[in-house]
Design a protein around this ligand. Sequence first.
Ligand SMILES: [Zn+2]
Ligand SMILES: [Zn+2]
Length: 317
Amino acid sequence: MRALVFDGAVRLTEEWAEPQLMPGWAVVRVGLCGVCRTDLEIAQGYMGYRGAMGHEFVGVVEQCEDADWIGKRVVGEINAACGDCDWCRRGLQRHCPGRTVLGIVSHDGCMAERCALPVENLHEVPEGMADEQAVFCEPVSAGFEMLEQVDVARKDRCIVLGDGKLGILCSWALATASSDVTLCGHHPHKLTVADWGGVRSQMGSDSITDCADIVVEATGSVSGLAEALRLCKPRGVLILKSTIAADSALNLAPLVVNEITVVGSRCGPFGRGLREMATHRFPVERLITARYDLSQGLQAFQRARQRDALKVLVRCS
Ligand SMILES: [Zn+2]
Ligand SMILES: [Zn+2]
């Protein structure tokens, strides 16, 4: 089948092996998928991954032992757990040490005509939700993971640093719980896109002196993390949404002095993500920068790398 793969370089192939149907799994014909920052990192060789790329998709179940699933339009959680370790038994499959991750760890991804996932990972997409909305389920759920981890009150002052896709979606998720959300970024166009649900946006954060109860770091830079620390009130919560790969020193003393709680936050539950999207009708279509066919996968990656880009979509079938 056709697939966009990484094997030291990103390339398009017509000869990728079809996924095999395993017991308890489903094979999904991929409709639309999204290019994520993680995919760009994989394409740089950062994560040691080899295989078909991509983890954000919406598609239709083509093969499954349970015939009820066949023909259903679905999105899929990306962690495939062993089902049998202590973490899995506690319902924390996303932390299973033996897990594979779609398009990220030892598991062929969705930038292909088909991909495979355990049935328990699948969520049916509500009828009224277009593919171009449903494909945002993974990053929207990642935004709501913060609300699974931290209690956010209406009056809590929240600041999100970073006006990329994830920063914008995090600000929208917070705006469903708090009436005081500010997004700080460096791209006027992206800050305009973020205007929803009372979210205020501003260029940079240097001018902010009124510190926040909750600060979200979504810039992916060490300087962003230092700024997030500065903006967090004593006894506040600092939520880290981006994996910061850097070895430069950071002064952690303010964490201790101000008794700040640091929360690392990654993928979220898709059930909630879909429900929140259906309820709040986030204008995710504003985040779409460009659309490509799978045959133009390399161009899609080039476009996604440009600084002004938000979400680039790839049509796989
Ligand atoms: Zn993603
Ligand atoms: Zn496990």
